[in-house]
Ligand binder design. Structure first.
Ligand SMILES: [Zn+2]
Ligand SMILES: [Zn+2]
Length: 646
């Protein structure tokens, strides 16, 4: 019996090999102590195979698991696969290989990686989807790829190209645009287009201000012209990023938004993507696994953004997974940013860089009285459309108690007290501000913060000034408007071409705690500076104009900063490109890890537990991971987090 003659077998399964006999199963128990395959006997009539979701008996209970493939690892006693849970094949061998790589790289259980491949199931969607396909097949519609057949190469299963992209055979990256940004405006742009036409590889694209959306469109067009599909990934989708908007406008119904919606809609979307219904997928982190057939491009927008890192197991980073997946599928990975991250630059890649200077003029000036440089005030007076970036919230910080004269501190926790929205609250525990010494609520406040900036900007500007607080909806400044905002206001608004971008409190930002704080600060500065556009002006207030981060912003490129920062991180024991893990376990954990190959080991205690922060040489991760799994089986390791924010 084969899968070709199904009476009840759904179309979704057509083309997928049916296995029988001993198979390796990944049980859905995502813990490192059980992170190995278990062998079960699979009956042919279950019509299951690689990627099938099945039910098996495990430690006496019925649990779910995924079939990984045939195995010759035969236990003395072999249980049967109890049943097939779904007709869908959730991965094929190539995707499984990527999952295994993720499990190894991030020391994560394979079950937790596979659990991220697809959104939560809604079984009724599988049924309606299957009957819809059966109807389509009966009507002689084009053959739709089965989930496991979806990596069959060739665009034969696709409907015709949309008008916008037809008739451009042989043209580079879409003949509908009169001018190609990549061909004419970027060093190595033609090389990237060439790879999209008939090659593969990783590219770091240093986008000129406001051009990321157009670059994404050009890359996608080139991939589609080759008969391939594309995935465009962004760190966040609300408000809708300029890059997503550009891709939607250019490719219309060929694009599916793989984000938002309810559980049912999300799962339906995933099934549709797997069914080869769309050529272009736009999404956030989960999109990196979108099961498109015949992948040609993985485009990662705002590559420097912290939200590209998954905050739960398996703690993967979209950048690394995109590069790894593209390499496995012969596709192109594009990491795009106005200011590429150190990790991005450390990935083997080809640099694609804007030709000529298209970065705004950045002036570093001394802050002046109360953080108001005369230069900034003069420019602000003339600005019609501007953004003032003030990373600190509120109106100021309470310095002294007016009743007793003691230094101001929270009566509940000793934390710093901040004046914000007309009240004084603790920045740590959020309690109402009362003096720790005498309980009074009257403080002398040192002014500074976004509310104070709003106040003085109103006195200077000739157009209306608006402040966007953390709970306000981020939006770009209107035509005649100055907006004051912090990091919550920094989104992808596409090309803005503001007259002025002011960057306040730069020195405080650079002094923030955390090994990566300086790089995160530079990323935010670069994003807001890019809003000024090539003819706009950026004024940054600092007492340290020679700081490499400030110089990187002035130059519009991170290279010198990257060199000094790399040295600093290496000195701190966490070199760029070195995998880092936070491992939690029992008292013996420290000795166990100290005995493994490592670069840096910092140990601390958290309640009854030992916490080890470990940096490794990339070549040692596999050995480290195997040892950690053994320690998890012995109960020494209770938790592993990869690439924690430092
Ligand atoms: Zn407090
Ligand atoms: Zn007091």
């Amino acid at each position: 019996m084969s899968s070709a003659a199904p009476s009840t077998s759904p179309t979704l399964e057509r083309g997928a090999a049916v296995l029988s006999g001993p198979v390796a199963v990944c049980v859905d128990r995502p813990v490192l102590s059980l992170d190995r395959p278990f062998t079960y006997e699979l009956a042919e009539e279950l019509e299951a195979g690689v990627g099938s979701l099945v039910q098996v008996r495990f430690h006496g209970k019925l649990v779910r698991g995924w079939v990984l493939g045939a195995t010759d690892d035969l236990p003395a006693r072999m249980l049967k696969v109890h049943k097939r849970v779904s007709p869908v094949r959730f991965f094929d061998e190539r995707m499984l290989e990527l999952c295994r790589w993720i499990g190894e790289r991030y020391v994560a259980p394979l079950a937790s990686v596979i659990g991220r491949l697809y959104p939560p199931r809604v079984a009724s969607e599988e049924v309606s989807r299957v009957s819809a396909d059966a109807v389509a097949a009966g009507g002689g519609a084009p053959r739709r790829s089965a989930l496991t057949g979806l990596l069959e190469t060739g665009p034969s299963g696709f409907a015709p190209l949309p008008t916008a992209l037809r008739d451009d055979a042989g043209a580079s990256g879409g003949s509908t645009r009169s001018r190609s940004l990549l061909s004419d405006g970027y060093v190595n742009g033609p090389r990237l287009l060439g790879a999209l036409r008939d090659g593969s590889g990783s590219f770091v694209v240093r986008s000129a201000p406001g051009e990321e959306g157009s670059l994404a469109v050009e890359c996608v067009a080139a991939a589609l012209a080759r008969g391939r599909t594309a995935i465009v990934l962004v760190p966040e989708v609300d408000p809708m990023p300029g890059t997503v908007r550009a891709v939607l406008e250019a490719f219309g119904e060929d694009v599916i938004r793989f984000f938002g919606g309810d559980k049912r809609a999300r799962y339906r979307t995933w099934l549709d993507i797997a069914g080869g219904r769309y050529r272009v997928v736009v999404g956030t982190r989960p999109g990196v696994f979108a099961p498109v057939p015949n992948l040609g491009l993985l485009f990662v927008g705002r590559e420097h953004h912290a939200l590209h890192r998954e905050e739960r197991s398996p703690y993967f980073h979209v950048r690394d997974v995109a590069v790894a997946r593209a390499a496995r599928e012969g596709a192109v990975a594009v990491l795009a940013s106005v200011m590429p991250s150190l990790e991005g630059l450390a990935t083997p890649h080809v640099d694609v860089e804007a030709i000529g200077r298209r970065w705004p003029r950045v002036e570093a000036v001394k802050p002046g009285p109360e953080g108001r440089a005369p230069r900034l005030l003069a420019t602000l007076r003339e600005a019609r459309r501007a953004f003032l970036y003030e990373p600190i919230r509120g109106y100021g910080v309470a310095r002294v108690c007016r009743a007793c004269g003691e230094a101001a501190a929270c009566a509940s926790c000793g934390g710093m007290l901040r004046a914000e929205e007309g009240a004084i609250r603790c920045t740590v525990c959020e309690a109402r501000g009362r003096c720790a010494a005498c309980g009074a609520e009257d403080f002398g406040v040192a002014r500074g913060g976004a509310e104070r900036v709003e106040q003085w900007a109103r006195g200077v500007a000739t157009v209306p000034v608006t402040r966007l607080g953390p709970s306000d909806r981020p939006r770009p400044p209107g035509d005649e408007e100055i907006v004051v905002g912090g990091i919550d206001a920094v989104k992808d608004f596409g090309a803005l071409r503001l007259d002025l971008v002011g960057i306040l409190n730069a020195d405080a930002s650079l002094r923030r705690a955390g090994i990566a704080a300086r790089e995160r600060t530079l990323s935010a500065w670069a994003e807001v500076s890019a809003w000024a556009g090539p003819s706009g002006r950026v004024v940054l207030q600092t007492n340290r104009p020679n700081d490499p981060a400030v110089q990187a912003l002035v130059a519009g490129k991170p290279d010198r900063f990257a060199r000094t920062e790399k040295q600093r991180l290496a000195d701190a024991g966490f070199p760029v490109g070195a995998p880092v893990f936070r491992v939690v376990g029992t008292a013996s954990l420290e000795d166990e890890i100290a005995a493994l190959p490592h670069r840096t080991l910092l140990v601390s205690a958290l309640e009854e537990q030992t916490v080890c922060l470990v940096a490794l040489d990339p070549g040692d991760v596999a050995v480290f991971g195997a040892a950690i799994r053994r320690l998890a089986e012995r109960g020494v390791v209770t938790r592993v987090e990869a690439e924690p924010h430092l």
